[in-house]
Design a protein around this ligand. Sequence first.
Ligand SMILES: [Zn+2]
Length: 436
Amino acid sequence: MAATSVKSPTRKNGSSVASARRLKPEQIPGEVQDVLASTQVIDIHTHLFSPAFGKVGLWGIDELLTYHYLEAEFFRSSDTTPEEYWKLSKPERADAIWKALFAENSPISESTRGVVAVLNAFGLPAEASGLQEARRFFAVQSLESHIRKVLQIAGVSSVVMTNDPLDPDERPVWMSGGQSHPQFHAVLRLDRILWGWPQHWQQLANQGYAVDEDASGKSAAEVRRFLADWHKRMRPLYMAVSLADTFQYPDDSITSKILSEAVLPSCRELGLPMSLMIGVRRQVNPRLRLAGDAVGKADMRAVENLCRTFPDNRFLVSVLSRENQHELAVYARKFNNLMPFGCWWFLNNPSIVEEITRERIELLGTSFIPQHSDARVLEQVIYKWQNTRRTLAPILANSYQLLHADGAEITRQKIQRDVNRLFRGNFEKWTGLRAG
Ligand SMILES: [Zn+2]
């Protein structure tokens, strides 16, 4: 029941003799499970923040319960209207969600089950009466050591943040020296610039960059200067943007113009990959606020056009629609500057992760990044990575058993090499992140 019984990521790989031993088919599942449990992953996309960002970083039981995934589910199991809900304080919202989704119903959905797994990892009761005990537990944690403990339980060596240089809450931290926590890496997120230009160009102008509303004239060169300045400040591992299902490239939009004339040239110059997360249908129900976004099938020719037009850029791509997954894997076979990654948001459910991961292994071997947590609340990395390991173990084991049946020798060493590549090496190589 205690957290540390979940897994022990510090375990060594055993002697080279043992890891070179040929495995019998029936030994493969156990070895795969063990390698997955003992391999520290790099969580390549989260919305977590290091302690330097103060209250911007979310953690604790009330944040876990008011995660927007749970808010969306709450309105299906409660008569409370969104308008009534938004008037409540955070603890009152958490109380309402706890009552509706954990006391009056069984928390069998993926995101509610995740809260139970987190409570269990800390030895806290998940019964209806347990909420106050959980609150007392989180209230006395000191953030620095709590972060260390959470990442250790999750088997995560480091997490990648999402950092928006135009976010008024983040900016002061970066302007006063930034952050240097060794387990948190920065990412330069460009949503406000790439598709929010009409509402945000003025902020760049106010900071002394000679840009205009139509992104014409010197604007592209000035955005490049802005990115170079922020690269110095943040030391990001990549640049990133989330894009709607309607995203097209090329077209005559400001997004296409800034992407091709400013962002991608900067990525080449600075040696950074560009991450595209495509497929959100924004605010289909604005009453739900952050929980009001949905999914739409994107036109994957935009990705094809980008990969072909910019062979010297590297693209990390994740698509939200289940219907886009096969095309993404096929494009990755055509373009080695395309790295598919993750199964996020509405895809991060065991049945869908299983389908997508099998498809990717069959088409791409180990040349993709299976998962990232997308965690918004610190402790979510515990359940998200526990679930990823649990879902992936039988898929990988099946791949090795098939390979064995086809005549190959399977050893722990080979399994370890492949798992390292999937959960660390592919990302380290693309971003130049040093191991260790
Ligand atoms: Zn995200």
